[in-house]
Design a protein around this ligand. Structure first.
Ligand SMILES: [Zn+2]
Length: 352
């Protein structure tokens, strides 16, 4: 499968901090045209695309969050430096000298500044800079900054997509890689004229990075029988990691989640996903993530009586840092696995 780099670039480069998903939502709605039987946006801003299944007796919901970790402007000082709070969990050590975009009355570029190493005391040099020590330098004086920027404006990272060996490298692969996989899954179903087993709700959720909020609202409305979370996961397959810390490896295939700190995936779903991967000759790897959660938890629990839920995870290096990497073959494996799973749910014995 050829990965549509142009589409992935558009999706990753669109801004959308939690609660400010306007731009990425607009793009998702455009890309979804003609791929589903019904497309709507709920009150909270989740995009819900319904593709009718062979049967409407049950519902399948897949959730991929559209939001990305970002920042919100809290203060502009007398010199025009912009202070901010993070929105979502950032690794502060990766922010030094990074370019960001302040989404004010118009977009304004800035750079994350902190104290130069030359001026740091020996103790300061050995300490990690705190997120509160950073400021955004726009190169403009206060009177110019306040014409464009106000408290409450959101800020995202500026990092264009590059192809890096067999990988792609860009900001926000968490979770735009999944937004891409979900759109490509719908495209693959259309192209191959395969029908989902049951009515298939492809949901592009908001505010995951601050606590799975959009997925909760969406699952409560849809009440799925089957749920799939779709998100990135840690690939710590790098120098200094021990085998038990790796979680997943880049190029190791689609990750089938067993558990993370928010969810224990239904063992029937895990068995179904493994069997589907094997039958379809799709490369896969197991994922157990000791920290962090995803929309999967909302899919499982925000349904009366619960739903039968699992997750497809995309191995990602440098996650929650300023730039992230995914392997193109893993993206293809995730599209193939998700498409096969939603189409073949009716061929499995779901008895406990
Ligand atoms: Zn995520």
């Amino acid at each position: 499968m050829i990965i549509d780099i142009a589409l992935l670039t558009r999706i990753c480069e669109a801004p959308g901090a939690p609660g400010f998903e306007k731009e990425i939502r607009k793009l998702v709605l455009t890309e979804l045209e003609g791929l589903a039987d019904d497309i709507r946006v709920d009150n909270m801003g989740n995009v819900v695309a319904l593709k009718k299944g062979k049967s409407s007796a049950k519902k399948t919901m897949v959730a991929a969050h559209m939001d990305e970790i970002g920042f919100i402007v809290t203060h502009i000082d007398d010199q025009g430096f912009v202070r901010f709070n993070p929105v979502g969990g950032f690794d502060p050590k990766t922010l030094t000298s990074q370019r960001v975009i302040i989404h004010g009355r118009k977009d304004l570029m800035g750079v994350m500044g902190s104290k130069p190493v030359h001026l740091m005391s020996p103790e300061e040099r050995n300490k990690v800079v705190k997120i509160t020590d950073y400021f955004i330098d726009t190169g403009l004086p206060q009177k110019e900054v306040i014409k464009v920027v106000a408290v409450g404006d959101f800020v995202t990272r500026h990092s264009p997509l590059i192809e890096l060996g067999d990988c792609v490298n860009v900001k926000s692969l968490d979770n735009r890689a999944s937004v891409f996989v979900l759109i490509e899954t719908l495209r693959a179903l259309k192209k191959s004229k395969r029908k989902p087993a049951y009515d298939f709700y492809a949901v592009f959720t908001v505010q995951e990075e601050v606590g799975l909020r959009g997925a909760q609202a969406s699952a409560i409305q849809i009440q799925p029988d089957f749920g799939f979370g779709l998100d990135t996961t840690i690939a710590y397959d790098v120098p200094g990691s021990s085998p038990q810390e790796r979680c997943t490896s880049l190029g190791g295939g689609a990750a089938i989640k067993l558990m993370d700190s928010s969810v224990i995936c239904d063992y029937r779903m895990v068995a179904f996903m493994k069997a589907t991967a094997k039958r379809r000759k799709i490369k896969w790897q197991p994922e157990i993530l000791s920290g962090g959660g995803t929309d999967t938890a909302s899919l499982q629990r925000m349904v009366a009586g619960g739903s039968i839920t699992g997750a497809v995870s995309i191995p990602t290096r440098h996650i929650h840092q300023t730039i992230e990497s995914c392997h193109k073959e893993d993206l293809a494996a995730c599209i193939n696995l998700l498409a096969a799973c939603v189409c073949e749910l009716d061929q499995h014995d779901w008895a406990f």
